[in-house]
Design a protein around this ligand. Structure first.
Ligand SMILES: Cc1cc2nc3c(=O)[nH]c(=O)nc-3n(C[C@H](O)[C@H](O)[C@H](O)COP(=O)(O)OP(=O)(O)OC[C@H]3O[C@@H](n4cnc5c(N)ncnc54)[C@H](O)[C@@H]3O)c2cc1C
Length: 455
């Protein structure tokens, strides 16, 4: 009987640049490809993420000629049962570093199942970039320098030959989840990821430094979901970046993803808890009607509403927009960041526990390199500055499409601003700003700005 290995797909739904898959193929004459579906997790994930995953698995299955096994259950039970049934001699996978993946690996080790782990979903695995004294970095800029000098491997080659085991039909339970009616999610899968990266690198990437902050311009890569599911590896991207200012800023953004993964690896509780514990004492309001208005994109602040509606339509939101709506939730509505982070996790197809929790904590003033709490975004000014012509607002808030560029950011000031049913502002930013500062004073946080704050 031929030697048989098992490759367990996790957050690496691709064939290119996948060293763990190469190891599985090299270890045996035949390989079984397996994805384990955790139904509880899938149910909690929400329709958008489920639809994206179903699309990604379908594309992966097509790329291997219908030989992907998809089985629901716990990793321990499935690996044990499938390995016995298919007479598998070695199991291979890439490591994961967020709490869910780490817990699965611990349970597998405790059950005595041997898995050979190679690589991760990062250019440099979390935990590897250390200070001279052996401790981890808590601030981004020195992390970035050390991460760069640490370096990473060149992309691995695509396998030349796939000797795959055909799983039985009962082991091919590919999900059929689809996006909710009206949602327009980007295409999933490795081919879509490579195509998107190819088009981006020969197009908008050269102006990333100029355009990445304007949500009305297609200036960012939208590779987040592809990176999250490992449909493309960051190494593949980094290998093609050059030395221009635009490329350097893009490299730095990829490094933010790696930094947050490193921080979460070192402080796993920071996915839910305050990275800066002083802020746990901050007085917040219970989420009620105002929270509902924020979720629905009906706050009466056009840039906030456009952003929240983009999330519900596309399962994605521009980074500048994420900062604006997060600031608005925490500092204008005084609602704790964790409610916003949970809402984002339900809808974002690029949801990533590290980048999401730390993106929120950064905005709420309690994270690494945090934007100082007292630096409060004015949603109207943010709109004027980053959507000056109102392209973004008009696209997602059609009730305001009749307003001119100067009018669109403050419809309440113009006769006819709300003729199409657009709401009045649910709060007065000037008043809530002072309220936020008063709450900050209550917890007596020192007011020095972080030396590494981002613009
Ligand atoms: C409140 C908040 C929540 C966020 N939640 C997530 C999340 O769940 N998942 C997620 O991947 N990113 C998150 N981000 C970071 C960032 O907004 C997204 O990565 C980015 O908007 C994705 O779009 P893009 O692929 O076009 O990014 P690009 O600008 O093209 O950047 C390329 C890649 O770099 C990485 N990246 C860029 N900016 C950041 C950043 N600030 N932090 C970490 N990685 C970054 C992403 O992997 C991104 O795909 C969040 C930011 C904030 C402020």
């Amino acid at each position: 009987m031929a030697n048989r290995s098992l490759f367990w797909f996790r957050r690496d739904l691709r064939l290119n640049d996948n060293p763990a898959l190469l190891d599985a193929l090299a270890a045996a004459d035949e390989t079984l490809l397996l994805f384990i579906m955790d139904q509880d997790l899938a149910l909690r994930a929400g329709e958008y993420r489920r639809a994206y995953l179903a699309d990604s698995l379908a594309k992966l299955d097509q790329s291997v000629g219908g030989r992907l096994a998809v089985i629901s259950g716990s990793a321990v039970d499935i690996l044990k049962e499938v390995a016995a049934r298919y007479q598998i001699t070695s199991i291979h996978a890439a490591r994961q570093y967020a709490p869910y993946g780490v817990a699965a690996e611990e349970a597998i080790a405790q059950a005595g199942i041997k898995v050979e782990y190679t690589g991760s979903n990062y250019a440099v695995a979390p935990g590897r970039v250390l200070k001279g004294d052996g401790t981890n970095y808590r601030v981004y800029t020195p992390f970035f320098r050390a991460w760069q000098s640490h370096g990473w491997r060149a992309p691995a080659l695509k396998p030349t030959q796939l000797n795959l085991i055909q799983p039985s039909q009962s082991d091919r339970d590919l999900p059929t989840w689809s996006a909710p009616v009206g949602a327009l999610l980007q295409e999933a899968g490795e081919a879509a990821a490579l195509e998107r990266w190819g088009a981006y690198k020969s197009g908008a990437l050269s102006e990333y430094d100029q355009q990445r902050n304007f949500p009305g311009i297609a200036g960012t890569s939208r590779l987040g979901a592809h990176l999250r599911w490992g449909e493309i590896h960051p190494r593949t991207i980094l290998a093609e970046l050059k030395q221009s200012s635009a490329h350097e800023i893009f490299r730095k953004e990829i490094a933010w993803r790696e930094f947050y993964a490193d921080v979460l690896h070192n402080y796993p509780e920071s996915s839910r808890n305050y990275y800066s514990p002083t802020f746990a004492a901050m007085r917040y309001d219970e989420p009620g009607e105002k929270f509902k208005a924020w979720c629905a994109g009906r706050t009466g602040y056009p840039i906030v509403d456009a952003s929240m509606r983009q999330l519900r339509l596309e399962g994605w939101m521009h980074n500048r927009a994420r900062m604006i709506v997060a600031s608005f939730l925490v500092k204008d509505l005084h609602i704790e960041w964790r409610f916003g982070a949970d809402y984002f996790m339900k809808y974002l197809i690029d949801n990533d526990v590290a980048s999401n929790a730390h993106g929120w904590q950064w905005t709420a003033g309690c994270g690494t390199d945090a934007s100082p709490y007292y630096r409060i975004f004015n949603p109207t000014e943010q709109g004027r500055r980053f959507d000056p012509e109102g392209f973004y607002i008009r696209k997602f808030v059609p009730e305001l499409a009749h307003l001119s560029a100067p009018e669109i950011h403050t419809p309440w000031e113009f006769l006819g601003g709300s003729i199409n049913g657009y709401p009045e502002p649910i709060v007065d930013h000037a008043v809530e700003r002072l309220e936020s500062l008063a709450r900050l004073a209550e917890i007596k946080v020192a007011k020095e700005p972080s030396p590494h704050q981002r613009a």
